[in-house]
Design a protein around this ligand. Structure first.
Ligand code: SAM
Length: 208
């Protein structure tokens, strides 16, 4: 599996791990200008670490849904082009703003990913939508944001089973979410994100 340009493997205290070049954000280890992209802290990092074919090459425009304090989206902005980061909780957005201050390609948006009409005037068409919203209705969020992707675009989503139903078996939840997702996307590959994230499914899809 080839990593996107701008993502490399570096040695951190005797351990090799993914890294991007940029100012540190969450206390991660550094190696000169490079900082460790911890797959335990990042679902997209886990997808890359597990060898999923994300289609990322580096330099793409990105819309990131569920940016929280900026852990993962800061890595994305390190290797991607303009990166729009949607998060609806004001508290983590404060840290997201700090990460963005040091990155001229990262644009935080305090918005609800279920209401794309509130940011459609700001976000240009993108090459990739990265989704990690950990909320009920994850397939619906992906469907609502399908409008930002062109034909060759990619959806990279981490589906959290417990956000949909805490009592159901994760496999059943994933099947339900994928069925709904297939109304708007062709699913290209899926991979459980264990051992980095239990009961999460990584999904690579393209718009129908
Ligand atoms: N992606 C982050 C990372 O790796 O650094 C972690 C994201 S955390 C698991 C999920 C985030 O999604 C939370 O910060 C939550 O507030 C946000 N979220 C959930 N529903 C949302 C929605 N409808 N719109 C925007 N953000 C949402």
């Amino acid at each position: 599996m080839t990593l996107p340009t701008g993502v490399e493997r570096h040695d951190f205290d005797g351990e090799t791990g993914l890294a991007t070049r940029g100012p540190p954000v969450y206390g991660e280890a550094t190696d000169g200008e490079w900082r460790r992209w911890d797959p335990h802290r990042s679902k997209l990092g886990a997808m890359l670490e597990l060898g999923m074919d994300t289609g990322l090459v580096g330099g793409e425009t990105a819309l990131y849904l569920g940016a929280a304090a900026g852990t993962t989206v800061s890595h994305v902005a390190d290797f991607a082009g303009p990166t729009y980061a949607v998060e609806f909780a004001p508290r983590p957005v404060r840290d997201l703003l700090s990460a963005a201050e040091e990155r001229d390609r990262l644009f935080p948006l305090l918005k609800d990913a279920r209401r794309p009409e509130t940011y459609a005037h700001v976000v240009e068409p993108v090459d990739v939508v990265v989704q990690d919203v950990a909320t009920r209705g994850q397939a619906r969020v992906a469907a609502l944001n399908r409008q930002f992707l062109g034909e060759d675009g990619r959806l990279l989503a981490a589906i959290k089973a417990r956000s949909e139903d805490v009592t159901a078996a994760p496999e059943d939840v994933f099947e339900g979410v994928l069925d709904e997702l297939r109304e708007d996307y062709a699913v290209l590959s899926t991979e459980p994100l264990a051992p980095y994230h239990e009961d999460h499914l990584g999904v690579v899809a393209r718009p129908r």
